[in-house]
Write a protein that binds this ligand. Structure first.
Ligand code: SF4
Length: 216
């Protein structure tokens, strides 16, 4: 059975897995997470509640069913915007290929998929196939927390705060911070005409990562 999450911030539903466990792209080297993942919001607060963990653990097994793509297509019948991976990542090529199938079979729904799996060359073809679809925006996440990213590669980045964010021609600042942490109708993350979204760092854990970096 497909288990979908509702994220109050987004006004859109999501299919998710456990953070870090399913994020091979989050490791800079064995035992060391990349800066962006050291402060991951999905390892704190509500994400530690059993009722939040359980569907993510379930989904890791569930996607391997033969009927999973059919069930996802039926589940998205009324969705117009969908986010893959509020937590976790497309850790398996088989999973990424099934997600591509769901995207192709749900042209009425816009899909946004953030990922760090682009670091692994065998995933490139499936992400390119997704990105060619009109209803899909795949955003490769930058690893930094200081707003730096590689133009033409990354589709999102974390910056320290909104005040020190400097607008670039290809990026847009996420302004959820100005709306009580809610998207409030913004759909920029799904918008294929916006190459990069810059997210101000949020949460105490990320603030600590940035403080630590500033004294290194
Ligand atoms: S850029 Fe817009 S759609 Fe994306 S997270 Fe921020 S408020 Fe939401």
């Amino acid at each position: 059975m497909v288990k979908i999450s509702n994220t109050s911030k987004l006004d859109a539903r999501s299919w998710s897995l456990q953070a870090i466990d399913t994020c091979p792209g989050s490791w800079a080297e064995p035992g060391i997470l990349v800066d962006a993942c050291r402060g991951c919001y999905a390892t704190t607060g509500n994400y530690n509640y059993p009722n939040v963990i359980a569907p993510r653990v379930h989904n890791r097994e569930d996607w391997q069913r033969l009927e999973w793509a059919d069930d996802m297509v039926a589940e998205l019948d009324s969705d117009r915007y969908f986010r893959w991976f509020d937590s976790g990542d497309a850790y398996s090529l088989g999973l990424a290929e099934k997600i591509l199938e769901v995207m192709i079979r749900t042209p009425w729904c816009k899909h946004w998929l953030p990922t760090r799996m682009h670091k692994f060359p065998k995933f490139r073809a499936v992400f390119e196939s997704m990105q060619r679809l009109e209803n899909v925006m795949v955003r490769f996440s930058a690893d930094s927390v200081d707003g730096s990213y590689i133009p033409g590669l990354h589709g999102s980045v974390i910056g320290p705060d909104a005040e020190s964010y400097s607008q670039t021609a290809d990026s847009k600042l996420c302004e959820a911070y100005a709306h009580g942490g809610q998207c409030s109708g913004c759909r920029a993350c799904w918008d294929k005409t916006i190459p990069v979204i810059a997210y101000p760092a949020h949460g105490q854990k990320m603030a600590k990562v940035i403080r630590l970096m500033s004294v290194q």
